[in-house]
Design a binder for this molecule. Structure first.
Ligand SMILES: NC(=O)c1ccc[n+]([C@@H]2O[C@H](COP(=O)([O-])OP(=O)(O)OC[C@H]3O[C@@H](n4cnc5c(N)ncnc54)[C@H](OP(=O)(O)O)[C@@H]3O)[C@@H](O)[C@H]2O)c1
Length: 252
């Protein structure tokens, strides 16, 4: 089942690890799926659109990998659905060593006063609650790994808790808190939790924000995918319980 790509010497390796990528068909998700595969991981690709998952599968298969696909819409998925996902990973792949959360729902900048109540609830659910439910269901497998990482992509809370970011922005503040809260509860358990705060990236999500100043500085998600690999690998240990901004250094 494992990917056949050989990681370059000196680069973080994910050889022998099973990594679940939630949001694998997004801008960062796809780049991360390719990078994790190149680093030697067996990936499980979660996305809601089967044709996009199939296209990504074919790209990875052309590189000699055999990713597992898991179509699931995080909006409608229940805790039982996440338990089924974890059970399938356990029975078919035997282990789980990392979860990368890069699925995100964003409708665009809107004043709270004019936000449809259902859209507000959806943004909080997909961006925060579903991420936690998925993580919670996977914890027994992650604890058994011996060195597991949960990495949440978090949009800079200092930026997205300003005007018009709505439920998406509030969810990011919640995610930032979740990283510290979970790690405090896990203590020295072999499961580490990290928040990755990417720079503005050229993806469909950023295009919905219409922040013109970001057009000049937006990065290719491929650059950020390398950081995802690092945080999922042993090299991510110094970032236990922390938020990592792109190119930042861990606190001692
Ligand atoms: N782009 C930026 O500038 C930027 C900056 C800071 C932080 N981030 C964070 O980086 C992460 C990745 O964002 P991105 O820029 O790669 O966004 P993106 O290209 O829009 O990808 C988001 C992914 O989430 C999936 N998704 C949305 N709703 C879903 C649902 N209900 N169920 C399952 N999947 C769902 C989308 O699926 P479909 O493919 O089916 O639409 C898409 O694959 C996010 O956590 C975001 O908050 C991004």
């Amino acid at each position: 089942m494992s990917a056949m790509a050989v990681p370059e010497p000196g680069h973080p390796t994910l050889a022998g690890r099973v990594i679940l990528i939630a949001g694998a068909t997004g801008g960062l998700g796809e780049a991360a799926a390719l990078a994790c595969t190149a680093a030697g991981a067996q990936t499980v690709l979660l996305g809601r659109r089967v044709p996009r998952l199939n296209r990504l599968h074919d790209r990875l298969q052309a590189q000699g990998a055999a990713p597992a696909l898991y179509p699931l819409d995080l909006e409608g998925a229940t805790p039982d659905d996440f338990a089924d996902l974890a059970a399938r990973i356990g029975s078919e792949l035997g282990r789980l060593d990392g979860v990368l959360h890069v699925a995100a729902h964003f409708d665009g900048l809107t004043p709270l006063e004019h936000t449809d109540p259902a859209a507000f609830a959806r943004a909080l659910h997909v961006n925060l609650t579903a991420r936690w439910w998925l993580t919670q269901a996977c914890l027994p497998l992650l604890r058994a790994s011996g060195d597991a990482a949960v990495v949440f992509a978090v949009d800079d809370p200092a930026r997205v808790t300003g005007a018009y970011w709505g439920g998406y922005g509030l969810a990011q503040a919640g995610l930032a808190a979740l990283v510290g809260m979970l790690q405090a509860e896990f203590g020295d358990a072999p499961v580490r939790v990290t928040g990755l705060v990417p720079p503005p990236m050229r993806t469909p999500l950023r295009a919905k924000a219409h922040v013109e100043a970001e057009d000049r500085i937006a990065r290719d998600p491929v650059e950020v995918a390398a950081t995802c690999v690092e945080l999922l690998s042993e090299a991510g240990r110094p970032w236990r319980g922390q938020l990592r901004s792109h190119a930042a250094e861990a606190r001692a």
